[in-house]
Design a protein around this ligand. Sequence first.
Ligand SMILES: Cc1cc2nc3c(=O)[nH]c(=O)nc-3n(C[C@H](O)[C@H](O)[C@H](O)COP(=O)(O)O)c2cc1C
Length: 367
Amino acid sequence: MPDHSSSPVLQPVKIGDLSLRNRIVMAPLTRSRSDDDGVPPAFAADYYGQRAGAGLIISEATNISPQAVGYALTPGIWNDRQVEAWRPIVQAVHDRGGLIFLQLWHTGRISHPDLQGGEPPVAPSAIKPVGQAFTKDGMKDHVTPRALETDEIPGIVEDYRRAAANAKAAGFDGVEVHSANNYLLEQFVRDSTNQRTDRYGGSIENRLRFPLEVVDAVVDVWGAGRVGIRLSPATTMPGETPLDSQVMDTFGIYIDALSQRGLLYVHDIEGVTQETRDADGVDFSALRQRFDGAYIANNQYTLDLAETVLEKGDADLFSMGRPFIANPDLVERLRTGAPLAEAPKAYWYGGGSVGYSDWPAMPGDRD
Ligand SMILES: Cc1cc2nc3c(=O)[nH]c(=O)nc-3n(C[C@H](O)[C@H](O)[C@H](O)COP(=O)(O)O)c2cc1C
């Protein structure tokens, strides 16, 4: 088998004040194994601990409040029971010398009344998304959301602040603000989903106001050096296109503001997550150059592609999602050129430890 031990992607690197064992990041992966109260299971400690060979783990998207929930069986970080359940999960990663950030999530309109106590989900504007929500009773059509009142928005910022503080109490090394894939923050950023006429809509500055208020609240708690953000400038999720009439202007100004705040990293989904690396009208290299911190590139990366992009200086870290599902020791496999296992989609969402924390490491590996 080819030996890639000397690959620059697999060498230790310093990002801000964090020392990473390599440049491979485990991308956030929703696995829907939490209970109805948003408490993650004990066996999530096995799952995340087994994957501590990544330079950095980003947790599955985690709801900041009951209102944030948009998928059944996803975890939360708004109450003490959830914090207590996260603590041993984080510890398992630390015990193996790994680092783990929590991804902070509010799904906005990508939800369903079944997940909202019968009420419609909230959004910047009352615009129904295409597609369906994952509820306890299976997939159900999205509904028209309720547009948030201006005076409700500061309360959501406070929900983020509390969730960020809870993540700190649980022992995480930092947090990633989920501003991608047309969830609540991106719904505010995009002019197709934000048609507000108050100070949170209209101009680019106004559309960025709420996401930046969230970032500022989270930075208050953690300091900018432990806060990253996930963006998806080229996404077409959940299926409407185009989402934005001025995408390079919008994201250029967004990234400038994030850079000014000294954020640790921007984590870009290049193209449409899972589907394609084509990024119609989006120049990721140009966006990256506007950001002074680290840049995590994502979407369909292989070790080969990561090496090429690192050599060009176009990214610092590379996140991989699907390959981590069935390969707990993914970095070891990349190092040794060992074949990668593939998880059937039936194991992606829902269920117990089977297809989740029972994927074996290679024989002879530390697991
Ligand atoms: C099962 C599954 C769950 C995902 N959950 C999340 C999530 O919670 N948060 C997020 O930002 N992206 C999520 N994604 C997107 C991945 O982080 C990543 O962008 C995508 O898998 C493309 O990277 P890859 O080609 O290395 O798999 C998920 C993807 C998959 C396959």
